[in-house]
Design a protein. Structure first.
Length: 351
């Protein structure tokens, strides 16, 4: 076995990223891992400085300049493949020629901090690194960290999903799927904080108690669910419908300031609700009394005050014969707390 072959075999085990360069600057041998970096060219016979650019120190353009850097830290970049920056060190071969041609050098290269990208780009495994190279352990640690982080992300995703589901459940009426009173209060608070104009309807189902008492709770639940679906079909996507009592609903219409628009919506709601509800064996009939108001709330205003105005309008609708809409025709612009107990209320107009 020649000296070059013996050195090649030894370095292949100890330094799989080595390059043996002859005195003319031509590559005589490379380690198996470096060969993968240089693929599809093996690099054998090529000039080392044609395969690699020396980034630091600068201006290394000859074999003599490369050999003069013995013991210095090098930074290199392949000219033939991916542009990973490599670290390296140069060692001159003995002058007696016992380990290779006189004037030749051995370079030991490594990926440095770009090892993770190199492993990905060149499909490297633990077998591509020296047995004593801590890179293997580092890669295992990085892989374990990656797995742990991915599991943590999945867990956080599940927890966030569970949190959102719980929050949604806390704001949803389980029977009808509409918003509940808490969700309505939050929506009303948003309108108040934004000083946003809106309209409000308070809906009460007429004759619902008769259905519930005569035909049972299953029939009553069916009527509530159907009424909820029909109301959803009438309103806009951004409108809020909430079930706030047994057969009571409130509807919020952001940006609605015209009484005629509110009157049209209320009429459509009554017409939809009055359609018979069939349970397969019998038809159930209910209607709706609706009280409404228009308004705008400011920070500090009492949300209960506007509900009180709508409640009085609803009571007037029931007193007028049910199945109709009454609007508070002159609601205050804002609803301070005193509005609940002033004993006067706004003027009512039946529709």
């Amino acid at each position: 076995m020649t000296a070059v072959a013996a050195l090649d075999a030894m370095l292949a085990r100890l330094c799989p990223m080595f390059a043996l360069v002859g005195p003319t600057g031509h590559v005589l041998a490379v380690g198996p891992t470096l060969a993968r970096v240089l693929a599809p060219r093996e690099g054998i016979g090529a000039r080392f400085l044609e395969l690699f650019e020396v980034l630091r120190p600068q201006s290394v353009e000859t074999m003599a300049g490369l050999a003069a850097l013995e013991g210095a830290r090098l930074r290199l970049r392949s000219r033939t493949g991916a542009s990973h920056v490599l670290k390296g060190v140069v060692c001159r071969l003995p002058e007696d020629g016992s380990l290779g041609p006189v004037g030749g050098v051995v370079l030991n290269l490594s990926f440095g901090i770009s090892v993770v990208e190199a492993v990905r780009d060149y499909a490297l495994t633990g077998a591509d690194f020296a047995a004593t190279d801590p890179t293997t352990e580092m890669l295992y640690l990085l892989e374990a960290k990656s797995v742990a982080m991915e599991e943590s992300r999945r867990l956080n995703h599940r927890l966030e999903g569970a949190r959102q589901a719980a929050q949604e459940q806390a704001l949803t009426d389980p029977l009808t799927g509409l918003r509940n009173r808490r969700a309505f209060d939050l929506a009303l608070a948003r309108f108040r904080d934004a000083n946003q104009p809106f309209a409000l309807l308070h809906v009460d189902l007429d004759h619902f108690k008769q259905v519930n008492d005569t035909h049972g709770h299953a029939a009553g639940d069916l009527v509530l669910r159907v009424a909820a679906r029909r109301m959803l079909a009438v309103v806009r996507v951004d409108d809020v419908i909430a079930r706030v009592g047994g057969d009571e609903f409130v509807l919020l219409f952001p940006g609605m300031e015209d009484a005629a628009d509110l009157d049209l919506v209320a009429r459509r709601l009554i017409s939809a609700i009055e359609e018979p509800v069939s349970d397969g064996t019998r038809c159930h009939r209910v209607s709706a009394s609706i009280g409404g108001t228009l308004g705008r709330m400011r920070a500090g205003d009492d949300a209960e005050a506007i509900m009180a105005v709508a409640d009085r309008a609803l009571y007037a609708a029931k007193e007028a014969g049910r199945g109709r809409f009454v609007i508070a025709t002159a609601p205050p612009v804002a609803f301070p707390a005193a509005a609940r107990n002033d004993g006067q209320g706004a003027a009512m107009r039946s529709r």
